[in-house]
Design a protein around this ligand. Sequence first.
Ligand SMILES: [Zn+2]
Length: 72
Amino acid sequence: MVNAMSASYICADCDYAFVPEEAGDDPRCPKCSRTEAVEPADDSALQSDIWRQWLVVFALLFIAGIAYVVFG
Ligand SMILES: [Zn+2]
């Protein structure tokens, strides 16, 4: 379960993880003051989402490959 009160973010620019004072759409990195490099650090859920997307991509490629072999 994700605790919305302690949503942490990580800055891709300086690798600094932090919890913003006020939860907004555009949390600012306290180190380098950037907003565009800041991403939600909600780790496990995000990771599994990425893996699911890659699984879908691979499944589609696999099916396309079979279709190419069978029908091509
Ligand atoms: Zn930063």
